[in-house]
Every structure is written in structure tokens, then in C-alpha cells.
Design a protein around this ligand. Structure first.
Ligand SMILES: *Cc1c(COP(=O)(O)O)cnc(C)c1O
Length: 394
């Protein structure tokens, strides 16, 4: 089995690649060159590790959830506590990595698009840390829905530009960000928030997030003296899941499960289960699975968790699914809220609504296993950001 993926063109089997307009190709090639350089550069690695440790708070704990395990009976559950990081989720791993690349390339202006605002906040945070100018594109509908995150980004010194075109959500914000990038190539760096988009973004984001799995693998081995039976993580674009999975790729005994959002249900159109229900298509510069209608138009996704509410998914997940390396399942809005309550009451940890999908799936997994099994769950983020929404839902 190949492990050195993607290939030179950014392909993961039939997925990935770089479907970019001519005007972007030069930029992406420059970025790819720089990325290859930093991969082998000890100085870059030390700098990245310094900020992960001293600023973001790594390594995160691998915590044995005893009461949750007792409740589930057949599962011994360890939580990889990305929720304890600065800004409350795994996203900071990636934005710190990319901002260091931007600095190496001499860029002084950072742009990003954001849907719910979480990637925008993580980007604005990293930009403030290094004193770089930061512009965040956000659909005007999202600006209204996520006013608290807009306020956060502004406090951090970022400029938030509402996008009025199309459906006025994430997809349209992406288009505007790309337009900005092409226009301001010289001083601007574009930070993408998940393992999606044009090559080399999927492999670059994976590289920065794979610290999650490297730590977890080491920590689990030292606590248990063997490898876990399962890895479970929620999948929006797929960065926290790939961050956990990648270090275990060659460990064939370790089963990987990605949990998508079933929203109002897989039989409706209001879900975000891209891998389970989508078809092959191109979005944001790479070929992957995609929620689209009969005419190939990108469909609106839905999930109670804003961070899972994305019609695409990273190409490496599409590849893992195709070759059977990982299995993808879905949890609906109601089940996710039950998962959130379950973790809150058994462990005193309120997870993000995104993460709650992974927790909720444990009940199903517990019924599936024979005997006993061990599992690492990526606790991608904390629930503080969702309290307003949840108090209305419950
Ligand atoms: C953004 C987000 C996600 C979804 O993004 P991935 O790229 O799929 O990881 C999941 N959990 C939390 C807490 C998030 O903020």
C-alpha cells in the first residue's frame, strides 16, 4: 500500500489535484516549493514546535474517560484533548503553521474565509501574534448569524468583509478570498482552514494537524503498551480527523471512523454527510466527494454544528473511504446534542457541537463491538462557543 501520498500533482488516488485558474498557478507553485523546503527544515520545525508548546499549549492530554467508559461498558475511551488548546480547538495548530510559512515567504498580509467564524478567529489570533494585517471574508448571512465571532475577530485587529454575492455563505466567501489573493499576490498569504482546497493545501494542513495523532499514538503506547482498536473523529472538512488518523495509517489493526453530520437526517437534503451521500466533484480547487444536485450545482449543507456545515470534504478522506482504510458514518442533530449532554454529565467536559457528533457515535460503536475495545476520540473543541445556541435548543 502506498503511503507517500499525495503524488507530485497533489493526488490521493483519483482525488485531490489542483484545479486552479491560470492566474493562481504561479502562486500555488511558489507555495508548494516553500512547503517542500520547510518540511525538511529543522529550524522551521523547531519554530513551529515552540509556538505549539509555548503559545497554544501542546502537548494536549490523552485522558482516560473512566465514567464514560463505564457507561458504554464495552469501550475504554481515551479523549485527545484538543479542546484545551488556546482558542479552544485544534484549528490553531494549522493557522500557526501557515502563518510561519507566510512569514518565511515575506508576506505581510493574511487573508482567509470563514463560515461560522471559528477559522476566522484562529487566523486573526495568529495574525495578531505576529503583527500581520488580517482580512477575513465572510458571507453576509454568516456575519449576522455569528455576530459574536465577528466581534472577536475585530477585537483581534482583523478586518471582516461581508460578502453579498450568491448564497452569502461560506462558498461565496471562498470565491472572494481567492479573488483578493489573485489581485494582491505580492504581499498576501491565503490561509485555508481544513485539509481541502488546491494542492498543496490538503497535504500542508495535514502536516500541521498530524501532531494530534503523533502525540496520541505515543501517549497511548506509553499508557497501554499497545495500539488502540479504534480512532473516532468528527469530519467537516476533515482536518481534526486526518490530524488524528495520519500517524496510524500504517497500523492496519487500528480502525478509523470519521463521523459526518446527518443534520435533520440522511433522507432529507438538510445534512452535511458528504462522503456518505455525495458524488465526485470539484470544489475549491480539488477533486473530492461533494454534495451536489442533479445539474452538478453545489448543494447547501446543514448541521446544527456550524463547523461541520460544509458541502465538501478533504480529498484524502475520499481516498481513505475508497480504499476502505477508514469508515464514514453519520450522526444527526438530535443525537449530537445527546452526545454533548452525555460527555458533560459523565466527565464534566462540555464538547463543541462538532465534537459531540464523535461522542454520540460511541454509543453505536459500543453496541457493535464484541468483548472489549479501546478507542481514541479526537475532542476537537470545547463547547463554550455553542452555549447560546444550545440553550435555545434544549
Ligand atoms: C472547525 C471545527 C471542526 C471541523 O473541521 P475539521 O476540518 O473537519 O476538523 C470540528 N470541530 C471543531 C471544534 C471545529 O472548530
Amino acid at each position: 500500500m502506498k503511503t507517500q501520498l499525495p503524488d507530485k500533482g497533489g493526488h490521493f488516488g483519483p482525488f485531490g489535484g489542483c484545479y486552479a485558474p491560470e492566474t493562481l498557478m504561479g502562486l500555488l507553485l511558489d507555495l508548494e516549493k516553500e512547503f517542500h523546503k520547510i518540511r525538511r527544515d529543522q529550524k522551521f520545525r523547531r519554530e513551529f514546535e515552540f509556538y505549539l508548546k509555548e503559545y497554544a499549549g501542546r502537548p494536549t492530554n490523552l485522558y482516560l474517560a473512566k465514567r464514560l467508559s463505564a457507561y458504554l461498558k464495552t469501550l475504554k475511551v481515551y479523549l485527545k484533548r484538543e479542546d484545551l488548546l488556546h482558542t479552544g480547538a485544534h484549528k490553531i495548530n494549522n493557522t500557526l503553521g501557515q502563518i510561519l510559512v507566510a512569514r518565511r515567504m515575506g508576506k505581510t498580509r493574511i487573508i482567509a474565509e470563514t463560515g461560522a467564524g471559528q477559522h476566522g478567529v484562529a487566523t486573526a489570533t495568529a495574525a495578531a501574534l505576529f503583527g500581520l494585517k488580517c482580512v477575513i471574508y465572510m458571507g453576509s448571512k454568516d456575519v449576522r448569524r455569528q455576530s459574536l465571532n465577528v466581534f472577536r475577530m475585530k477585537l483581534l485587529g482583523a478586518e471582516v468583509i461581508p460578502v453579498e454575492s450568491g448564497s452569502r455563505t461560506l462558498k461565496d466567501a471562498m470565491n472572494e478570498a481567492v479573488r483578493d489573493w489573485v489581485t494582491n499576490v505580492r504581499d498576501t498569504f491565503y490561509i485555508i482552514g481544513s485539509v481541502a482546497g488546491f494542492h498543496p493545501y490538503p497535504v500542508m494542513v495535514r502536516t500541521f494537524q498530524s501532531v494530534i495523532g503523533q502525540e496520541a499514538r505515543r501517549q497511548f503506547l506509553s499508557k497501554e503498551g499497545r495500539l488502540p482498536n479504534y480512532l473516532v473523529a468528527c469530519v467537516g472538512g476533515g482536518s481534526n480527523a486526518m490530524g488524528l488518523f495520519h500517524a496510524f495509517y500504517k497500523d492496519q489493526s487500528v480502525k478509523m471512523i470519521g463521523v459526518e453530520a446527518a443534520g435533520h437526517g440522511l433522507h432529507t437534503h438538510a445534512h452535511a454527510a458528504t462522503l456518505m451521500k455525495g458524488q465526485v466533484g470539484v470544489l475549491h480547487g480539488s477533486k473530492s466527494m461533494l454534495l451536489q444536485d442533479k445539474d452538478g450545482q453545489v448543494q447547501m449543507a446543514h448541521s446544527v454544528a456550524a463547523g461541520l456545515d460544509y458541502p465538501g470534504v478533504g480529498p484524502e478522506h475520499a481516498y481513505y473511504q475508497k480504499i476502505g482504510r477508514a469508515q464514514y458514518v453519520a450522526i444527526d442533530d438530535k443525537q449530537a446534542i445527546a452526545g454533548l449532554k452525555l460527555l458533560a454529565r459523565t466527565e464534566g467536559i462540555i464538547p463543541a457541537l462538532e465534537t459531540a457528533h464523535a461522542i454520540a457515535y460511541l454509543e453505536k460503536l459500543a453496541r457493535r463491538v464484541r468483548g472489549k475495545a479501546s478507542v481514541i476520540v479526537c475532542l476537537s473543541g470545547r463547547g463554550d462557543k455553542d452555549m447560546g445556541q444550545i440553550s435555545q435548543l434544549i
